[in-house]
Ligand binder design. Structure first.
Ligand SMILES: Cc1ncc(COP(=O)(O)O)c(C=O)c1O
Length: 423
């Protein structure tokens, strides 16, 4: 009987998978892993800057001394105490009871989507958004309420208000107020305050994703050379930086879920992050997470706590800020030097990405093909980050954290050569 069943029959998958897209980011990884490509595509921290020796010592110590390190167990309270202190450095006052440990910020996002969103519900996203946020909500087949982002001040809060006044009540608003991925912009102080006020007034929670909050490098200043060339009154003002502000969670603790991560400040493979949740919701979050992976690695929680006990993080962060800050400056200087005057880009205060808008007639996907084949340069075309129906064909995301300053200067020069040729 069984043998007569057709062999080619397809296994029926859940409905939402029918609209599942292949991840452009993953396809890019295949491209950039080809030998000889100079990549501004990924979002990777520089492995040469991982705190390997200090972490290895902390890990060895935990394995040698703590019998609970390899067991199932409760979230490790001393790590939560460290996170409370880290949050204080970000200007956020919170308690250990409000801190919830996750297997990376990505899991935090997933857990919160499950906690807040009903199938077929509504979420508010910026039109250009971190792809991981789109992926966590996809199984809910949600309606996305799109909000534009301006490259000077961040998410357009007037539009958020228009939706609310019009009666919309999304399950949550997702945003990255500091060093946005992919846009590199930070939300202005005034917009932060208004966004939080709206969240409270209309009882709509905000998910504040903050993987780059501790990686801030300060304002970028034009050097003399760029000042001469670009600050002349005849040229459009392309300075887009704004000054540093407090996280949304520092402004409100009743409607803001804050997502933090050790991925960018220590190493992604730790897979360790945290949520700072509104009072009283941690026990519910715990039930959702338990269904995903029971708990985050006890070993990693203890080893990271031991690393932090050792007092290594401040010096490590200082190195990261100095190095990544230099790379940001090198990329901005090269953009000013080589890119055409018609292009615009963000001047990020921190994080790892610069967003470039090319003249409207240019197509970033076609440019990528040429850049890879002719100049062996890779980047991510902006459309990889746009929500369905929103088009950003002429934009690109450039990563500056994983190349030396010399590689950045050379790569941007080569990329500019193609752009200038195609203009
Ligand atoms: C904005 C944003 N959120 C979340 C994540 C995922 O972080 P984690 O490695 O902590 O899961 C990333 C990683 O690049 C990110 O850029």
């Amino acid at each position: 009987m069984l043998a007569q069943l057709p062999r080619t029959q397809e296994i029926p998958l859940a409905e939402w998978t029918h609209s599942m897209q292949r991840s452009v980011l993953r396809q890019m990884i295949a491209v950039v892993s080809r030998p000889g490509i100079l990549s501004f595509a990924g979002g990777l921290p520089d492995p040469a800057l991982f705190p390997t020796a200090d972490y290895a010592a902390a890990l060895a110590h935990v394995l040698a001394t703590d019998p609970k390190a390899l067991q199932y167990g409760m979230p490790f309270a001393p790590l939560k105490q460290h996170i409370v202190q880290l949050m204080a450095q970000r200007g956020v006052v919170c308690t250990e009871e409000q801190v919830f440990l996750t297997t990376g910020a990505q899991q935090g996002l997933d857990v919160l989507a499950r906690l807040l969103l009903d199938p077929g519900g509504e979420v508010m996203f910026e039109e250009v958004v971190y792809t991981g946020a789109q992926q966590v909500v996809a199984p809910f087949l949600p309606r996305i309420l799109p909000v534009s982002t301006d490259l000077a001040e961040g998410m357009n809060v007037d539009e958020v208000e228009d939706y609310m006044v019009g009666g919309a009540r999304p399950s949550f608003i997702y945003t990255i107020p500091d060093a946005h991925n992919p846009l590199g912009v930070s939300l202005s102080q005034e917009r932060r305050e208004r966004l939080v006020e709206l969240a409270v007034a209309y009882n709509v929670p905000i998910i504040e994703d903050d993987p780059y909050g501790l990686l801030q490098y300060g304002d970028w200043r034009l050097g003399d050379w760029e000042t001469e060339r670009f600050q002349s009154p005849s040229l459009p003002n392309r300075r887009l930086a704004i000054s540093q502000s407090l996280p949304l969670r520092a402004l409100n603790d009743s409607h803001v879920f804050y997502l933090g991560s050790f991925s960018k400040i220590m190493a992604p493979a730790l897979r360790l992050g945290w949520i700072v949740a509104p009072e009283g919701l941690v026990s519910k979050i715990a039930v959702v997470k338990e269904a995903e992976d029971l708990e985050s690695s006890a070993l990693t929680q203890r080893a990271v706590a031991a690393y932090l006990d050792g007092g290594h993080l401040p010096a490590h962060l200082a190195i990261l800020r100095r190095e990544y800050g230099r790379r940001r400056d090198a990329m901005l200087a090269a953009l000013y030097r080589y890119f055409p005057a018609e292009a615009r880009w963000t001047e990020p205060q921190g994080g790892m990405f610069i967003w470039v808008e090319l003249p409207a007639e240019m197509d970033a996907a076609a440019l990528l093909d040429t850049a890879v084949t002719q100049e062996k340069i890779a980047f991510i075309p902006g459309h990889a980050f746009s929500i369905p129906g929103h088009h950003v064909h002429n934009c690109l995301r450039l990563n500056f954290s994983n190349c030396t300053e010399a590689m950045i200067e050379d790569g941007i020069k080569r990329l500019a050569r193609i752009i200038n040729y195609e203009l």
